[in-house]
Structures are given as C-alpha cells and as structure tokens.
Ligand binder design. Structure first.
Ligand code: SF4
Ligand code: MG
Length: 338
C-alpha cells in the first residue's frame, strides 16, 4: 500500500501561521495514501489547530496546503468543495459531532447526498447506507439506521462519525483525538477499524493524539509538536523507541504505560513539576521548550533550533541544539522532511 503514483500523493504543507496567537508556526507535513501520520503533543501544542487548518475550518494566515501538488483554494468554488470532500475530519467528541435530533440514517444520507454518492434511486441510497455501516462494523445495518445518536454507545457513535466521513469518499481523514473520549476498553477497536479502512480504502490518515504510546501502535510516522512547532519526527518505531528530543523523552516518560494504549490521563497535563506548555501569544525565545528542558544550554534561550537529521535511521530528525555537532546532514528549516 505504500506505492502509488505520485499524482495520488496528498501533499500538504504549512509554512507559516502568523496570527496574533502563534498557534502554529513553521509546521509542515505530508500525508500519503495508505499511511498514518501521528501528530503528538500536549493540549495547547497546536495540533488541533493544524487539523482544523488542513480541514479548512479556519482560514490560514500564511503558508500553503497542497493536494496532489496543487495549492488549495482558501474558500468557495468547486475546487474548495472538492478539497473539502477529499479531506474529511473526525472529531474527538462523537456526542457533539452528531446532531441529537436526527437519526443515523439522516446523518449518513446527508453526507452521501452532499457529496453526490447517494446514487439515483432510493434503492441505491439504501444500499449505500448499508454499505457505510457495514464498513464501520455496525452490523446488521438495519439495527442502527433508524436509531438516534443517544441510543448508541460512545464507540458506536464514533463509528457513525467515521461512516459519515466515508460517505464523502475521501482520500484523507483528519482524526483529532478520535479515541480519547472513549472507554479505554474500546479504543483499540476503533483504532483497528481506522487502520483497516486505511488499508482497504487506501486512505491517508492524520492521527492527532496526546498519547504517544498509541502513535507507536497505530502510526507509520510520528511527528511531535511543542508550543506550535514540530520538534521531532521520523518513523514511529524510531521516534518512540529512541526518542531524541528532550520533550519527546518527557512525553514518553510521562505516559502511564508505554506498552499499552494509555489511559486518558495526560500525565504532563497534571503538571508534575515540569511546568506547563508556554503561552502561544508570547512564546519563549530560542527553543520554545527551554524553560522546561533539563538539558538546556545557553544558546537554547536565544537561538531557534533547526531541524537536524540524527541517528542512523533515515528520516529521523529533531529540532534541538544537542544534536548540532553530531549532525550528519542538516536540513533547511521549513522544508518537508517526510
Ligand atoms: Fe533542550 Fe536546548 Fe534541545 Fe531545546 S534546543 S530541547 S532547550 S537542549
Ligand atoms: Mg485538541
């Protein structure tokens, strides 16, 4: 599934987001069909902002989003609508994302109709509805179609939200903490469903999470964000087994249990004395992590670290001055490394 023609590549780039609040700055990433990219960080790291910018729910104030190499339009017009169909968002809270007064049939029909995937006849629509529910393993479909969201469990609701996204026949899913509000016992099932859909439908998935253990389990590539900037990236195995950036190490050390899907407690957010993510209105100078970093050096307070390729694994990089001298090859900041 990793090989497909270049024009099928979903390439999305951000370079600069210059808002009063520097929620996201110099973030760039590339999604490819058939792959999961995890974007990991604490709340307040800007990771949800990245998803919303990619979904074009927020206007971007700078930078670029490209689909198949083409820069996407900001709003309106058929090019925008086609982008919106191809890139679907799954939200954290399936309660909030499904209107409680409408049945599952309504939600899914609406998605199919908006995206012209409902077919011509009532029978076509009925088949398409059944197909969507079957794809997310809500079977038999007739058990669910005429239910209301509150009649389903959290996990079932999230499956409906995924089915609704599939109604658009997307190329990419942007999943913002898709399992963090679900019971620990059913998280794995939903992640496995997403992985299965990725394989069968050749989807690109951006998986946003604060749980680095689940990134290791679920994602091909892991990118770590801190205070609106990307600080480390590489294949998930490498980043989670041999983390290079002090922040990534802190995330891993704080995870409740790196060998299983972690609980919903983000240990860092409980503040164990390592401080909190900084304000994004006036981010710290130099390396934004320096006020919390146990390894901070003088230059860290003044110089913004550049991305440096590290270790023996190709594509593994960190933006941290610790690796400056050990650098094998330095990459230009702002250039896609993936
Ligand atoms: Fe710590 Fe300096 Fe590396 Fe930032 S650049 S993570 S402050 S060592
Ligand atoms: Mg968030």
């Amino acid at each position: 599934t990793k090989h497909f023609p270049v024009r099928r590549r979903l390439r999305q780039l951000f370079t600069r987001e210059q808002n009063a609040v520097h929620a996201v700055d110099d973030v760039n990433l590339t999604l490819r069909r058939g792959q999961v990219v995890a974007l990991v960080g604490e709340s307040g790291s800007g990771k949800s902002t990245v998803a919303r910018l990619l979904a074009q729910l927020y206007p971007r104030t700078g930078g670029d989003i490209r689909l198949h190499g083409e820069t996407t339009k900001v709003k309106g017009g058929s090019a925008f609508r086609s982008y919106a169909a191809r890139v679907q968002m799954i939200f954290q809270d399936p309660f909030a994302s499904l209107n409680p007064v409408h049945t599952i049939r309504y939600h899914l029909s609406r998605s199919l109709k908006i995206h012209h995937n409902a077919g011509k006849t009532d029978e076509d629509l009925e088949n398409a509805l059944r197909d969507l529910l079957t794809r997310v393993s809500l079977t038999p479909p007739e058990r669910y179609l005429d239910k209301f969201p509150h009649e389903l469990s959290g996990g079932q609701r999230q499956r409906v939200a995924i089915a609704r996204a599939l109604g658009a026949n997307p190329e990419a899913l942007l999943a913002d903490e898709p399992v963090s509000m679900l019971d620990v016992s059913i998280r794995l099932g939903v992640l496995n469903l997403l992985r299965d859909l990725k394989e069968r439908l050749n989807l690109a998935i951006l998986y946003i999470t604060h749980d680095i253990a689940s990134a290791r389990y679920f994602a091909d590539e892991t990118l770590v964000m801190y205070a609106g900037r990307m600080v480390e990236g590489g294949d998930s195995e490498t980043v989670t087994q041999t983390p290079a950036h002090p922040y990534t190490r802190l995330l891993i050390d704080s995870a409740p249990d790196p060998d299983r899907l972690a609980g919903d407690v983000n240990a860092l957010e409980e503040d164990r004395g390592n401080g909190e993510p900084p304000s994004l209105i006036r981010p710290p100078s130099g390396c934004r992590f320096h006020p919390r970093c146990p390894m901070a050096m003088n230059r860290c307070t003044t110089d913004l670290p550049v991305r440096l390729e590290i270790g023996d694994k190709p594509g593994h990089w960190a933006a941290c001055w610790l690796y400056d001298e050990a650098t094998v090859a330095a990459s230009t900041p702002g250039e896609a490394v993936a």
